[in-house]
Structures are given as C-alpha cells and as structure tokens.
Ligand binder design. Structure first.
Ligand SMILES: *[C@@H]1O[C@H](CO)[C@@H](O)[C@H](O)[C@H]1NC(C)=O
Ligand SMILES: *[C@@H]1O[C@H](CO)[C@@H](O)[C@H](O)[C@H]1NC(C)=O
Ligand SMILES: *[C@@H]1O[C@H](CO)[C@@H](O)[C@H](O)[C@H]1NC(C)=O
Ligand SMILES: *[C@@H]1O[C@H](CO)[C@@H](O)[C@H](O)[C@H]1NC(C)=O
Ligand SMILES: *[C@@H]1O[C@H](CO)[C@@H](O)[C@H](O)[C@H]1NC(C)=O
Ligand SMILES: *[C@@H]1O[C@H](CO)[C@@H](O)[C@H](O)[C@H]1NC(C)=O
Length: 929
C-alpha cells in the first residue's frame, strides 16, 4: 500500500516537472534553432522566431516552434513566410535541421528559397512544405561549387544559356528530389510553386508509398504523368495543376488510387481521351478538378454507362472536347449527385437546355459556371426553393433565350456575382433583383433586354461594384433619380437607348472609377456637378447628343486617365485649367473644337493616345509635341492644321499610329520619321478575371471556398483595366477598323494623305519594317518610288496615288508578301508594271490607272505594236476587284483576330501570369500543414 502511494507521488512529481516546462528544450535543439535563424538572416522585416527572449532558454515557447508535451523535443517547425522577400534568394544547408531528430512537421514555404543544400535526413518527418519558393531556378549561379557549374565558362554564365541551366536544373532538382524521396516517413509533401522544372519530378516521388497528400502545382513539370504514380495508393490528395503535363491521363490513376478524396489535374496540356467511368469506384472522392485544358483532351462521361459510388462536392471540367460522340451532352452522372457545392463546365461545346436538375438536386450549391457553351432554350429556375448558399453564377456566352425568371431575386438572394452576358435574353430586367443585396458584380451585356432599369435594382443593390448592361435596348435615364449604388466603381451602359440628361444620382456612387455611356442618346450639356465625381479615371460619353462648352468644374477631375467625348457637339473650347498630367487616352474627335492646337496638352507627358480628328483646329502643330514622350497614337486627321510636319515628331520613340491626313500641311515629309518604331508593343495589360479558389484542408477534411473576385483585388487591377477599355479607329485598307486592347498594340500605320506635301518620298521610310499601313496619297510628292520600300515586310496597305511620282514601280516590291491593298494610280509613273507574282498577281487595273506611261498586265501590253489586238480589260473588272479586296480584307481581319487570340492564349497559358495570380490568391489562403 505504502509503495503504491510512493509510486503515485513520484509519478505525479515527475508529471509536474515535465508539465511545468522546467526541463525546457534540449540545448542542442536550441542551438540548432539559433543556427537556422542565423541562416535565414532576417535582420529586417518580420523576425523569425520572434517570440524568442534571450533569457528564455526554453525554445518550445518560441514562435513557430511546437514541442512534444512529454519529451519537450521540437515536433513542428513553422518557418513559413518568415523571410522578408527583399532579402533575396536563400540557400539553406539542410544539415542545420538534423539535430531536430523528432521533427514531424517542417514548413519552409514562401521564403525565396533557392536551394536546400545537403540531405534532409529526418526519419520522423511526416509533413514537409516547400511551396512558394524558387527552388533550383538558376542553380548554376548558386551552385558555384558543383562540378557542373565549374565546367561552365564564364561566358555561359553571363548570357543566360538557358539550355545549360535547364539541364543543370533538372539534374540538381532530381538530386534534391531523390533526397526527399528517401524520407519514407513522409505523409504530406507540398512543393507547389516551388520553382522546380524537372521533367521527372513525379517519377522521383513515386517511391513515397506512405504519401497521403502530394501538391506539385505550378512547377512547369512537363512530359506525361508517369505510370508509377498509379502505385501511390495511399494518396488522398493529389494536386498537379498548372504544370505542363502532356499526353494522356493514365486511367489507372483514376481507378487504382482508391483512397483519393481530392484530385486536381487542371491547367495542363493533356491530350488523348479519358473516360470518367474509371472513377466509378473511388467512393471517397469529393473534389475533382480538370479545368483549363487546351481543347486537346477528349473527355467522355457517357460511354460506358456507369454510376458513381461517390458524392462529389466539387466538379470542374473545362476547355476540353466533351462527349464528342454523345452530341456534347452535359455529363449525366451529375444527375445522381446531391451534395455538390461547386460546378464549373466552361468552354466544352456543351449542347442542350439549362440543367435545372443541378439546382433542384443540390440545395447547397454555391457556385455554378457554364460559360462559353452552346446551351440554349429558356433559362428556368426551380420556383419553389431558395438557393441561399449560391453566390457565384456564370451562364454567359451561351444561346439562352427568353426572359430572366421574374423571381430570380428571391430564388438566388445571396448572389455576389451574376453573369448572363452574351446570350439572347430579352424582356425587362426583373425587379426582384433588388432583393440581391449582396450582389457586387452584375453583367447582362450583349443581350436584347429592354425597358428601364428597375427602381428596386438601382435603390437596393447597394453592394454593386460593377454593373455592365452594355449592348442592350435599355431606355429611360441612365441611372434613375433615386439610384443609390454607393459602392459602384465601374458602370458600363454603352450602346443602349438611354435618353435625357446625365443623371445626378451618379454622384451617389462616390467611388465611381469608370463611367461608360458611349452610343446612347444622352443630351444637354456636360453638367457642372461632374467635377464632384473625383475618383473618375475613365469617362466615356462618345456618340451622344451632348453639346456646349465643358464646365469649369471639369478641371477637378484630376484622376482622369481616359476621356472619350468624341462625336458630340462639345466645344468650342476645353477649359484652360484642365490638368492632363496623368491623362493617358484622350479622344475628342468629331466635336466642334476650334482654335489652335490645345495648349493644355503641353505637359501632358503621360499621354498615349491623342485623338483630335474631325474638328476645326488650325494653326501649326506645335514643336513641343515632341515632349509628349509616351505618345503612341497621334490622330489629327480632318482639321485645318497648316505649316510643315514638325521634325520634333521624330523624338516620339513610341509612335505607332500617326494620322495627319486631310489637313493643309505643306513642306516635305521629315526623313527622320523612321526613328519611331511604328511597331509592335508588348502589352502588360493584366486581364482582370474573376477567380474562384477552393482549397484542401486536410486536418478536418473539409473543403473550404474562397472568393477572390473583383471585390478583393479591384484596387490593384483597376488602373490597368483602363487599358482594356481604350479603343481606336484607324483607316487601313480603305476601311475603318476598330482596334482595342491587345489588337491595338499590334497595329501600326502612318497616314499623311490629303495634304499639300511636296518634295521626295524619304527612302528612310523603308526602314519602318513593322509598319502595316502607309498612305501618302493626294499630295504633291515628286520623284520616284523608293526601292527601299521593299523592306516594308509587314505592310498590308500602301497608297501613293494622286501625286506627281515619276519613274518605274520598283520590281522588288513584289517581295512584299503582306501587301493586300496597293495603289499608285494617278501619277506620272512609267515603264513596266512588276511581274504579276505573289501579291502583285492580285492587283488590278485600278491600282495603276491614270499613269499614261505605265504598261504591262493588267494594263495594256508594253509592246506598242500590238496594242490594238490586246484584249480589252474585262467589264467585270471592278466587281472582280472588289471581291478580291474583300477577300483580302477578311483575311486581314482574320489575321488580327488570330493575333488577338494568340495574345489571349499566351496570357492564358503563360505560367508567369498564372504564378502571379496564384501568389495573389494565396495571400488570402493559409497554406496547408
Ligand atoms: C500539448 O499541450 C497542449 C496545451 O497544453 C495541448 O493543446 C496539446 O493537445 C498537447 N499535445 C499533446 C500531444 O498532448
Ligand atoms: C504558417 O503556417 C501555419 C500553419 O498552417 C499557420 O498557422 C501560420 O499562420 C502560418 N504563418 C505565416 C506567417 O503564414
Ligand atoms: C552545400 O553544402 C556543402 C556541404 O554540405 C558545402 O560544402 C557547400 O559549400 C554548400 N553550398 C552552399 C552554397 O551553401
Ligand atoms: C508498381 O509497384 C509494383 C510493386 O509493388 C511494381 O512491380 C510495378 O513495377 C510498379 N509499377 C510501376 C509503373 O512503377
Ligand atoms: C460625328 O458626329 C456626328 C454627331 O455629332 C455623327 O452623326 C457622325 O456620325 C459622327 N461621325 C463620325 C465619323 O463618327
Ligand atoms: C497638374 O497636376 C499635377 C499633379 O497631378 C501637379 O503636379 C501639377 O503642378 C499640376 N499642373 C498645373 C498646371 O496645375
């Protein structure tokens, strides 16, 4: 009995000793942690282990350190995002961690880590997080001691020899991974956005048979998914999104990994075909992601017929060829799912009606995306229930028709985001939408809606940040008098039938950044109160019936970067106080401006586009125009400018479109104009997209959702969004073309036609290799056509007609393979027309007529003796001519569309942008342990 009491007492004493933490942490572990701290060297910014007090020898109390309660050994070390990124790249010697023998969790994410040098032999390690680092990106520079690096000559290190670096990167990454692959105790490994690009990344990890979670997203890994990954049968979560995996998705991956709960294959370059029937027996599956494919993967959900043993929470499948042999039906297995919270089926060529059953069956549905399919018919909602969890609904770019259900606002009361743009909807906007008080983004543009904006919407949807109703037939005032859209930042009402004054209720939206009301029937003057809308960055009122002078309060709009007041009767002056220091895009064409070139533009050093076409401005073009260093597009066509073209224009090193046509300019064409590039500009426009992110949280096995919409990053991207609104019309190929966004960056042209220019054509213009349109017609130019013009390799339209040019047409012009419109008519050219080869085979008589001394096809033969026997030009010529040029115009439009798509695709696929986006997104999301 005594003994028992003794024993109990001792046990208790021991427990008290241990529990009180009197033991503290082991000396060697404490030293190891101090060593790690030194290696991270975060003297500035966020301090690593900041809970440390030098007198507190118990390192278990330090921030980021978790000890085992009984042994006091360090069990978890959270060094995630501890290092200030300004400190640059980090190389850590793995041996620093080796004294922490009992370590089970190590989180080194987000530390600009370039290398974990040496071996990380921690036998108890279960969870390792190396995500959001730069592992092995430029290994040669940091592995100076390695044999491979020594073999590189200094030259190779200076200029980036990517091939060598890549090879080396692969090898070193493989070494590092082989090392990780030896930590067989690992249950979770995250190297998402780790900066690895090794093609065999996954092969190296297949040995980790105990692994339950593997995240290798965003690493640029290429090649097919290795078959050995089908052997990782313990996996519960597998995330390989946004790499560059190609080839087929092995079906064994879907049917052998029976424990899978979460699989993310999105954003790769998979090909071949995949049958989702392989998933049938994965009874634990909750999340399946396969979106952002490249339309090369055929996915079949219907053949064979199968029924799933799982109940999914999230299913995404987009940008693939879906059910090609089943007429593009919506996957029918979804009809047996009752627990769905998120569904994305974008850009799959799906046909059929709106899937009502999805909403009927899944009362917990939170988001549904069906954009870019061929769904048709009316859009019905279940009438007897309210989908209170639904906050994101995108049915845009389909063929839905009919009216929106009148009760939409009661059925979907908690929507944040609703997009039904680009459909065939019509009728009125349902007043019940006033019930959607959380709505922050509403886009119904490009439909056939009519009637007025419902009072309820304007009064009660006070959360609205973005409202897009462009391209409909809406009527009435642009915003009703009682509108109270307090949070509105972006209002797009262009191309409707709005009438009357600009409503002062716009002032209730005191954060308004963009107001686009182009192409309506607004009348009256620009109101004085507009100056109170101080946050406006983009004001677009072109093509309305506005008139009169601009109010002085206009000068208060100091944030304006884009102003488009074209095609009204505004004028005749702009108030002198206007300060356009930060203005980038200014369109005042086709108004009633008079007087000299506006002086307030002096100092408008940010200006990129200046459009003053079709006014009655006169006097000389000022020399200071050369100080507007950012000017890319200068459009002064159709005024009364006189004097000569100022050579200072040559100082504008970014010029890409110059239109001075239809003025009274005289003198010679400055030969220095070739010093502007008239070329292609890279665009840094960040395409604002709504992003929806869901992440895996392993501990409680719950899947959480996070909305990263306009709302959260609107501030960061709004200013760049202005770029996407900028639009310019420019005449090329005798046709007014409209260029917008990225296409605009591809356009370049010079139009000096219809002036009184004299002298020779400067041969130097031939250096403008990127120029796509050159028009010098209707002047008094003399001399010959410069042979140098054969260097204009990108020129699509070249018009030199109605001048006094002499001599022959240089035969080398037949090398202009892009040329589709060509005219030298009405000059005094002589000699033989270039051979009818390449594009010159397509130019007809009209290109050459009015030059009595020109000969050869398609005009008369050069041999004067048989002029009489020459077949007279066909009477169908003009018609034929038209059809030819029409065909080429279309091919031209086609090439721009292709170029545009190319750019979009580039952005879409460019992992850098993805990376940026994900970093942005990840800021909101705690990374996993
Ligand atoms: C250690 O102690 C803390 C707080 O006293 C407790 O929350 C935690 O669950 C304990 N851990 C173990 C493994 O007992
Ligand atoms: C590091 O990760 C842990 C666990 O996920 C988390 O609780 C902590 O907030 C993170 N710390 C930082 C600075 O991100
Ligand atoms: C990497 O570690 C090895 C030995 O473990 C050492 O010799 C080498 O200098 C280390 N390199 C760097 C860059 O720390
Ligand atoms: C899978 O593992 C088995 C042994 O368990 C092995 O025989 C087979 O080769 C592995 N498959 C692949 C593709 O590595
Ligand atoms: C110029 O503006 C008037 C209305 O002020 C409009 O009718 C006309 O179409 C516009 N012209 C061009 C070329 O846009
Ligand atoms: C115009 O505004 C800028 C700041 O936006 C200011 O620095 C500059 O002095 C202003 N210029 C005039 C003429 O008011």
């Amino acid at each position: 009995m005594k003994c028992l009491i003794w024993c109990m007492w001792w046990t208790w004493a021991l427990l008290v000793l241990m529990g009180s933490g009197g033991m503290g942490c082991l000396e060697e572990e404490r030293n190891a942690l101090l060593g790690i701290e030194a290696a991270f060297n975060s003297s500035s910014g966020y301090s690593l282990l900041s809970g440390r007090d030098d007198n507190d020898s118990n390192c278990c109390g330090w921030e980021g350190v978790v000890c085992d309660n009984t042994t006091s050994r360090v069990a978890s070390l959270y060094l995630n995002y501890t290092r200030d990124s300004e400190l640059g790249a980090l190389v850590v010697n793995a041996s620093l961690f080796l004294p922490l023998e009992e370590l089970q969790v190590l989180d080194l994410s987000g530390n600009s880590l370039w290398d974990l040098n040496g071996t990380l032999h921690l036998k108890k390690l279960k969870r390792l997080n190396l995500s959001n680092n730069y592992l092995q990106q430029i290994p040669a520079l940091y592995k100076q001691t390695s044999v491979e690096a020594q073999n590189l000559s200094s030259n190779q290190l200076e200029g980036p020899n990517l091939e060598v670096l890549d090879l080396l990167g692969n090898k070193l990454a493989n070494d590092a991974l082989l090392d990780i692959a030896r930590i067989t105790s690992l249950k979770a490994l995250d190297i998402g956005f780790g900066g690895l690009s090794a093609s065999k990344l996954l092969e190296g990890l297949c040995e980790l048979r105990n692994l339950e979670e593997l995240h290798i997203s965003g690493n640029g890994v290429s090649g097919p998914l290795p078959l050995c990954s089908c052997n990782m049968t313990s996996l519960r979560a597998l995330d390989v999104q946004y790499n560059n995996f190609s080839g087929a998705i092995p079906s064994c991956l879907l049917n052998s990994l029976k424990s899978l709960e979460y699989i993310v294959l999105s954003g790769n370059a998979f090909e071949g075909s995949l049958s989702l029937a392989s998933l049938a027996n994965n009874s634990n599956l909750e999340v399946f992601h396969l979106h952002d494919n490249r339309h090369r993967l055929e996915v079949n959900t219907e053949d064979p017929t199968w029924s799933p043993s799982f109940q999914l929470k999230v299913f995404t499948l987009s940008n693939c060829v879906l059910n090609k042999d089943a007429n593009g039906v919506i996957p029918s297995f979804l009809k047996g799912q009752y627990n769905l919270r998120g569904v994305r089926l974008n850009h799959n060529g799906m046909k059929g009606n709106f899937p009502n059953w999805l909403l009927d069956n899944n009362v917990n549905l939170e988001w549904l995306e069906l954009t870019g399919n061929e769904l048709s018919g009316a859009f019905h909602l279940p009438s007897n229930l309210s989908l209170a969890n639904m906050w994101f609904f995108d049915g845009s770019a389909n063929n839905f028709e009919g009216e929106l259900p009148s009760s939409i606002g009661f059925i979907l009361p908690n929507l944040y985001y609703l997009n039904f743009s680009n459909n065939l909807l019509r009728g009125g906007i349902p007043p019940s939408m006033g019930n959607m008080q959380l709505l922050d983004s509403l886009d119904l543009s490009n439909n056939g809606f009519n009637g007025e904006i419902p009072e309820t919407l304007a009064k009660d949807c006070t959360s609205l940040i973005t409202l897009k109703l462009s391209h409909n037939n809406l009527q009435g005032q642009i915003l009703p008098r009682y509108a109270n859209l307090r949070n509105l930042r972006s209002l797009h009402m262009d191309n409707n039938c709005f009438r009357g004054d600009i409503s002062p209720s716009i002032l209730n939206s005191s954060f308004l950044v963009v107001l686009d009301a182009r192409h309506n029937f607004l009348s009256g003057t620009l109101p004085n109160w507009i100056g109170d809308s101080r946050s406006l960055q983009g004001l677009m009122l072109a093509s309305n019936l506005l008139g009169g002078p601009l109010p002085y309060s206009f000068c208060n709009l100091k944030s304006l970067e884009l102003l488009d007041l074209s095609s009204n009767n505004l004028g005749p002056n702009i108030p002198h106080c206007a300060n356009f220091t930060i203005m980038r895009f200014l369109h005042l064409s086709n108004d009633t401006l008079v007087g000299n070139f506006p002086n307030f533009l002096y100092g408008a050093s940010s200006i990129v586009t200046l459009d003053l076409r079709q006014n009655a401005l006169s006097g000389e073009i000022p020399r200071w125009i050369g100080s507007l260093r950012n000017l890319r597009i200068l459009l002064l066509q159709g005024n009364n400018f006189e004097g000569s073209i100022p050579p200072n224009l040559c100082l504008l090193k970014d010029m890409s479109i110059l239109d001075l046509s239809n003025n009274n300019l005289c003198g010679e064409i400055p030969s220095c104009l070739n010093s502007s590039p008239f070329g292609y500009f890279e665009s840094f426009t960040f395409l604002g997209e709504e992003y929806l992110i869901e992440y895996w949280e392993s501990r409680d096995k719950r899947i959480k959702f996070k909305l990263v919409s306009h709302y959260q990053y609107i501030e960061t991207v709004l200013s760049t969004c202005i770029d996407t609104l900028e639009e310019v019309n420019f005449i090329t190929k005798s046709r007014l073309e409209s260029y917008k966004g990225n296409i605009l960056n591809l356009m370049s042209g010079m139009d000096l036609s219809q002036n009184n220019l004299t002298g020779f054509i400067p041969p130097e213009l031939g250096y403008l290799r990127e120029l796509r349109a050159l028009n010098l017609s209707h002047n008094h130019l003399i001399g010959s056509i410069p042979g140098m013009f054969s260097n204009l390799q990108n020129v699509e339209s070249l018009d030199l007609s109605y001048n006094n040019l002499i001599g022959p047409i240089p035969p080398q012009l037949t090398n202009l393979y892009s040329l589709s419109i060509f005219s030298v008519a009405h000059n005094n050219l002589s000699g033989r027309i270039p051979d009818r080869k390449n594009q010159f085979g397509t130019f007809e008589e009209a290109s050459y007529k009015g030059n009595p001394l020109l000969c050869g096809p398609p005009l008369t033969s050069c041999d004067g003796s048989d002029q009489g026997s020459e077949t007279p030009p066909s009477f169908n010529h003009t018609e034929e001519d038209d059809s030819w040029s029409e065909a080429f115009l279309w091919s031209f439009v086609g090439s721009y569309v292709a170029a545009f798509l190319g750019v979009v695709l580039f952005l879409y696929l460019n992992s850098y942008y993805r990376y940026m986006l994900f970093n942005l997104v990840r800021k909101f999301i705690p990374s996993f342990p």
